[in-house]
Design a protein around this ligand. Structure first.
Ligand SMILES: NC(=O)c1ccc[n+]([C@@H]2O[C@H](COP(=O)([O-])OP(=O)(O)OC[C@H]3O[C@@H](n4cnc5c(N)ncnc54)[C@H](OP(=O)(O)O)[C@@H]3O)[C@@H](O)[C@H]2O)c1
Length: 357
């Protein structure tokens, strides 16, 4: 593909703004379209990012023949339905994390991508950050010997209130809770270091709205390695990761948005790296998708689909241990009230138009 890759955004909410800002800096891509359940919201978002095509339905965006790839950024319960809509319309999809809420949904989404011969990737942006690329190089070079222990935490403090209840974090109907929101980062990091675990054990505090407000997860591996992970939406933590090996360790402050890391090897001076983002960090995952599309690849080697599926299976096991089930999720592809024109009003509008002309 020699021309620019043309992107659309489905679900223009808070994270979509960061994605758009990152994408706008890439010379080989353009932000061509946005689709919201409301044309008004699509217009507002499009105006702030200078996006030419605006759609008041997700179907309209999926069917837009002027785009190549769609970024799905709805709340997690709707990822599957929205991604499949786009894949069936012949679009490549970059879908926000977690890929889906459970393994059954992920299997359907992945099957759709494969059946339609379309690219699909989970937007695990952390993995594509330049610091993480360097960390993988250190691990591959054996810089810390054999990795034996990973500790990682991602906790933020949100308080239950009328305002927060309106959002997705405390709402089980929107897949709320810490595990799917931020625990997934810690588990994905464990996969990056050790691969799929052979043992999973966990403990959670389910709050008033019956979502996991904080949780500890221990992953065990066949050769004795351990990942000790923590996630929360109710407790602020330092969001650090440390990988400890037989000869030293790697420390990554703010690991999910890392711009620095320190390699400490026994008997040697520490090596500290700082790699600021070109824009906001979200550009690197988009570069990966663009590169894959140009090479005709259907998935990324850095964030492969089988790994995303395995991560979700691990999260399913964790939720099963807590007895946490979500209520049935409705469909998001139902017209929104402010998008529906009352037939009587329409007739009146038509009549007025006729009278004017
Ligand atoms: N990579 C990261 O760092 C990062 C950070 C935050 C979130 N995320 C992920 O991105 C996804 C979206 O998160 P967000 O915080 O951006 O969500 P959000 O702002 O609450 O919602 C995003 C958009 O989804 C659409 N939507 C569709 N059905 C909805 C419903 N029933 N309720 C609310 N919104 C609905 C809305 O757009 P329209 O109605 O206008 O179509 C909304 O603006 C989540 O899966 C989350 O895990 C990733």
């Amino acid at each position: 593909m020699a021309r620019k890759i043309r992107w659309g955004i489905l679900g223009p909410g808070s994270i979509a703004e960061k994605f758009a800002a990152g994408l706008k800096t890439l010379p080989d891509a353009e932000l061509t379209a946005v689709g919201s359940r409301s044309l008004e919201r699509a217009n507002i978002f499009a105006d702030s990012f200078n996006i030419p095509h605006r759609h008041g339905t997700y179907e309209g965006l999926a069917d837009d023949s002027d785009i190549d790839a769609i970024y799905v950024s709805t709340p997690h319960p709707f990822h599957k339905e929205c991604a499949i809509l786009c894949l069936e319309a012949g679009k490549a999809v970059l879908c926000e994390k977690p890929l889906t809420v459970d393994a059954g949904q992920a299997e359907e989404m992945i099957a759709s991508a494969r059946a339609h011969n379309q690219f699909l990737m989970e937007a695990m942006w952390t993995r594509f950050l330049p610091v993480m690329v360097k960390v993988r190089e250190w691990l591959a070079d054996g810089a810390i010997g054999e990795p034996r222990l990973l500790t990682a935490d991602h906790g933020s403090r949100k308080v239950l209130s009328t305002e927060t209840l309106a959002g997705r974090h405390f709402n089980p109907e929107l897949g709320g809770g810490a595990l799917l929101d931020v625990g997934v980062y810690t588990i994905a990091l464990a996969y990056m270091v050790f691969g799929a675990p052979s043992k999973v054990t966990s403990l959670a505090h389910l709050g008033q709205t019956n979502v996991d407000e904080q949780a500890s997860i221990l992953l065990g591996y066949d050769s004795g390695q351990i990942a000790n992970l923590f996630c929360a939406i109710s407790t602020e933590t330092s969001k650090e990761a440390r990988i400890t090996g037989t000869h030293g360790s790697i420390h990554i402050p703010h690991f999910w948005e890392a711009t620095s890391a320190t390699l400490e090897v026994r008997g040697k001076d520490p090596v500290h790296i700082e790699i600021p983002f070109e824009e906001n960090g979200f550009e690197y995952q988009t570069i990966e998708v663009n590169n894959c599309l140009r090479l005709g690849k259907l998935e990324s080697d850095v964030m492969p689909l089988d790994e995303s599926l395995s991560i979700i299976k691990t999260m399913d096991t964790v939720r099963e241990q807590w007895g946490l089930e979500y209520p049935p999720f409705g469909s998001v592809l139902v017209p929104c009230q402010d998008n529906v024109v009352d037939p009587e009003e329409r007739m009146t509008e038509e009549a007025i138009e006729k009278n004017i002309s």
